[in-house]
Design a binder for this molecule. Structure first.
Ligand SMILES: [Zn+2]
Length: 203
């Protein structure tokens, strides 16, 4: 039985039992047919691989959107590597400490949420120049980012509070519904005769 290596976990499996991803190379075989690159996976590994691929594509798209937003905000042609590193750190929940990456937060902040926080802070950021002189792009970048991070914490707190409010509200409503249905049950007559249901006598 021919065995091939799984491109996800690295261990071997029977070729005919594995999932295959085939990509055309754009080149042709000698007989004129399309040449493919084939990757093999265990079925479970293929699911994990596809999810990972989707996640990465999504990350890349979200990062691009944030990147372009920052170019516009800071009026820059490109972000330098230090700036990108700061954004990546925020994404990964890491911080550079004595030249090593240290996990600082429980989890990072998705690029989409970072962008939301920038947009939320935009007016505040655009006003910074009215009261503060920022000498370089790097100074501006770090100053803006610190405002955004502090707003992010505030947004989180507001969110937490409004979620809490929602829970309280829902509990109150549920309680009212429960009380109402208990009342309904109590006032429901046990045996209703048909003629009692006839409302014509009230008209
Ligand atoms: Zn595998």
């Amino acid at each position: 039985m021919k065995e091939v290596k799984c491109q996800w976990c690295g261990s071997k499996g029977a070729k005919k039992e594995m999932s295959c991803e085939a990509k055309p190379t754009g080149k042709l075989n000698k007989n004129g047919s399309q040449k493919y690159i084939r990757k093999y996976f265990h079925d479970d590994c293929f699911e994990a691989y596809k999810q990972d691929k989707k996640f990465k594509e999504n990350e890349a798209a979200e990062f691009d959107e944030l990147y372009n937003y920052l170019l516009d905000l800071h009026r820059l042609e490109r972000l330098d590597s230090r700036m990108i590193e700061r954004i990546q750190d925020l994404r990964n929940g890491t911080v550079k400490y004595q030249n090593q990456k240290v996990k600082r937060y429980k989890e990072g902040v998705p690029f989409r949420k970072i962008l939301d926080a920038y947009k939320f802070s935009e007016q505040q950021l655009r006003n910074v120049h009215n009261y503060k002189t920022l000498e370089s792009s790097w100074q501006e970048f770090t100053y803006f980012l610190s405002i955004v991070i502090s707003n992010m914490n505030e947004m989180k707190e507001t969110n937490r509070r409004s979620k809490q409010q929602d829970v309280i509200r829902t509990n109150i409503i549920n309680k009212q519904i429960q009380v109402q249905s208990e009342i309904d049950i109590k006032i429901k007559p046990k045996n209703i005769r048909k003629d009692e249901l006839d409302i014509s006598s009230f008209l």
